[in-house]
Ligand binder design. Structure first.
Ligand SMILES: O=C(O)CCC(=O)N[C@@H](CCC(=O)O)C(=O)O
Ligand SMILES: [Zn+2]
Length: 328
């Protein structure tokens, strides 16, 4: 059942059973693409884990990666030892192999959301699933990894975005992420209303957006580069304390500016295939916006992350980052 859950969710086939037993626990389907795993016995070290994939429909590697973990649980090869909420985000966009259908789901995770439409409705459903899950596991440390892949190449192919919120990221997170093959960390400088930000801001979860290479169609992903990340997810599902490594092996950056697209007549002044974290020297013209004017690098170099001139009006077109000191 678990190994077929992803396909069934995308086909909108109603599964035969909404709940059932697994070796070492049970599962429950709360809604399409929302699956909860409950161990018979929780290990003392277990976190209440939320793992989300497919928040953007064309980002398939994380879906394959999580699918392989579910298949191992079902086969009895991965003993469940932690409560986990597994989320397939934008089902319609995944079926269409597109980033989103009407609007970017990963900008809608706020409790005062008043927009209508498929993605806003899905954001509300996912927020309420997360609220209920963490409430059921009150007293246990909360964790949310929202797994993505990026549109373009990157100087650091695997990196995380640390959402901005008051909750401090615990030192073991940096150690686990380093051991899991994450090469860089980008600290957000302000609230961003992404899914990982939601869990951190409203639930004090240890939460990140993980970028795990480039977005490719199903069947084209090389999951070997993600083997260390798979080990981290498996350890968390087993409720074991994951292995760690020295965080100094990762590069740390902080967002200095977020450039928003303000007019139809907007373009970036560097090639579309410029890799994430490419650094530009002072004086470089980065963007032109008919209403906001030019964006020029001032006194210190800036690195571009997630550049995308084709975003919706008012949305983030690029993050501009500077090196940051590693957490002590
Ligand atoms: O490659 C890109 O340009 C976008 C990749 C992506 O979907 N990134 C996430 C980051 C979320 C965050 O800032 O935490 C997004 O844009 O939603
Ligand atoms: Zn994404």
């Amino acid at each position: 059942m678990l190994s077929e859950w992803i396909e069934l969710s995308l086909e909108e086939t109603r599964p035969a059973a909404h709940s059932g037993r697994l070796r070492g626990g049970s599962y429950r389907l709360h809604a399409p693409g929302i699956l909860e795993l409950t161990p018979t016995e929780c290990r003392a070290t277990a976190r209440a884990c939320v793992f989300s994939v497919g928040i953007h429909g064309n980002e398939t590697a994380p879906i394959e990666l999580l699918g392989s973990c579910l298949a191992r649980i079902e086969a009895g090869l991965l003993p469940l030892g932690a409560p986990a909420l597994i989320i397939l985000g934008n089902l319609e966009a995944i079926s269409r192999a597109e980033r989103y259908v009407n609007t970017n789901l990963n900008r809608l995770f706020r409790r005062d959301l008043d927009e209508t439409g498929m993605e806003p409705d899905r954001a509300r459903q996912l927020m309420s699933a997360v609220d209920d899950f963490y409430a059921r596991h009150a007293g246990r440390e909360r964790l949310h990894y929202d797994l993505h892949t990026a549109i373009r190449d990157s100087r650091f192919p695997r990196f995380v975005v640390e959402p901005f919120a008051e909750t401090i990221t615990r030192p073991e997170q940096w150690r686990w992420l380093a051991e899991a093959g994450i090469q860089a960390v980008l600290h957000q400088h302000r609230h961003s209303w992404t899914f990982s930000h939601y869990s951190k801001h409203y639930h004090q979860a240890q939460a990140f957006t993980l970028e795990l290479g480039r977005a490719l169609p199903f069947g084209h992903n090389d999951l070997t580069a993600l083997a260390p990340m798979t080990r981290l997810l498996k350890a968390l599902l087993e409720g074991r304390e994951p292995r760690g490594a020295d965080p100094a092996r990762m590069a740390f950056f902080r967002v200095a500016h977020e450039l928003m697209r303000q007019s139809q007549d907007f373009h970036l002044c560097f090639p579309d295939d410029t890799p994430n974290f490419t650094e530009f020297a002072p004086g470089t013209r980065l963007a032109e916006d008919a209403s906001a004017g030019p964006c020029i690098v001032q006194d210190e170099p800036l690195s571009v992350v997630f550049p995308n001139a084709a975003v919706e009006l008012g949305a983030r077109a690029v993050l501009l980052a500077r090196p940051a000191t590693p957490p002590g």
